[in-house]
Write a protein that binds this ligand. Sequence first.
Ligand code: G2I
Length: 355
Amino acid sequence: MRRTRTRAATLAAATALLAGLAVAPAAHAVTAHHHAETTLGQLAERTGRYFGSAVDNPELTDTDYANLLGKEFDATTPGNGMKWYATEPQRGVFDFTAGDEIVNYARAKGLKVRGHTLLWHSQLPSWLSSGAWTADELRSILKNHITQVVKHYKGKVFAWDVANEITNEDGTYRENIFYKTIGPSYIADALRWAHAADPKAKLYLNDYNVEGTGAKSDAYYTLIKQLKADRVPIDGFGMQAHLALQYGFPYQMRQNIQRFADLGVDVAITELDIRVILPSDATKLAQQADWYGRVTNACLAVRRCVGITVWGYSDRHSWIPSVFPGEGAALPWDENLVHKPAYDAIRNALTAAGS
Ligand code: G2I
């Protein structure tokens, strides 16, 4: 029975293939074959880069989603699992359950892991955000947090967002608890402590609205230049790239990536998504696809742009609708895990660069 069915299936497949070959030019058949065999991760690797997707812990129980992520991508970032509230919920009490779950999943699927994030103004545990600390106390809390977390993930996390979203839109320092209590020296110290804990991990500053040239990316340019001059261990600049069609494409994105590379740091696109005003339609999806292609090409044009990560890959799991009501449909796969035009645009850009 089994044998007969297998034979029948094989015959049907062969017939279909022959039928396809008969009508389609050979080149097309080769492309179609290629398409089924290669993933975004593999295509990126051919260019010496990675292509990742963030994943949040609850999403790992969505088996279809987790399996496709594991198959299509070669890197992942925990959406929340390594943030301070998760890793040090009580002072000096560390909990790596959520982060470890993602590291273990990533290992099983052969993905590398970007760590996110050692320090941020948001999602801090309340013991930390509601405390009244002296500069010395907070410095030692920050040092201990960074040291413990980075040591725990030593050899398992290849790059860290050490400091996340530390400037305002006008390029001034964000007045987070660290800045207000310690002053701007916390940034260089955080990088030094992270480097001491894992000298091989690539250390990044990471922010949004820095993909194009402007006051905010100028501030990072100046800061990173100074950190390099001061011999502070800084390896990379992360451009989150939470884009929205209604705000226009980032100004001079490729040139902006290039100027950071010219400072001697890597650049990564770390949280890419491109939201639209709902309902989405074919026109918006076509424009979104064009933008995904342009972001991919901007990275591919600069040798030191080392990889791209989408902030989740399917509209089934996205932070956007709850934060921007009436907006969404931001990712290259839809709610049913079916490719959108954006996926093809990314593929085409990677394929062209890797061939
Ligand atoms: O806000 C989008 C991203 C901007 N850049 C830094 C990223 O770390 C940030 O990620 C998002 C996560 O994707 C969300 O999942 O950060 C949000 C918090 O600012 C995360 O949302 C929070 C929800 O607001 C909470 O209600 C929820 O308890 O996720 C928490 C854990 O699921």
